[in-house]
Design a protein around this ligand. Sequence first.
Ligand code: HEC
Length: 227
Amino acid sequence: MKRSLGVLIVAIAVGACSSSSADAPALSDNAAVHPAKLFTGFDDGSAEYKVPASLIGASDSTTVRWTIADTNLATVETEQPAVGEKATTRMTHHAIVKTKKAGTTTLRASVNGKTFDVPITITQYAPGARELGNDLYQEDRASMPGGQPGTKALGCIGCHGAHGTARHSPSEIGGYDDASILKTIATGVKPDGTTANNGNHKFTLDMTEQQGILARLRSLEPVEFPQ
Ligand code: HEC
């Protein structure tokens, strides 16, 4: 189902950047796009794969323009106001890339004659991979008392589903390549060196299952823009 981009929650703290005085520089010295590299996917077109990015370090009154080098591979839109919300210049600091085809291209943020380029890797996932990933994600009923053996399920949903607090949407994993995500799943060590669930996060997946889980995670709806 197609969902409005307006549902994305802007995670940038409102208070932190409220001083938009006229002489604030358009860009700070350490302005950069977060994340510095983007990873997402594509399958047979049956699901949408989206990944968010933000230009950090631009003043609220500065407009950012986003483009994709190869528009055959992906499109980019800025953050859209939610229903009843007013569009602001600041929303142009946030972009969402939507894929059309696998391959590699570049996302560019242009502001005040300056450009910031971020490489995008769009991985091809096999048709059906996502469905397998969705099954693996579910509660493992087979190993529960009285449970029947059936489709393999690893119970990710218990901590990561609607009732769980741990998040791994493209907002959290869009800067990580597939190998890094698989390492987190298998070892509990995240790419930033911190541990997931105190390291109690060790799931064994064969190669087909790995592709399935990656397709599922990459096709989740992003929940916020990177900070
Ligand atoms: C017992 C609870 C639990 C279960 C079950 C679980 N996870 Fe996690 N997972 C976590 C926690 C906690 C984190 C850390 C979240 C954070 O750092 O914000 C995490 C982190 C992750 C991350 C990294 C997110 C990031 O920010 O880099 C991925 C990817 C992930 N889990 C995938 C899975 C998959 C796939 C499964 C099922 C095979 C699974 N998890 C099952 C608790 C769980």
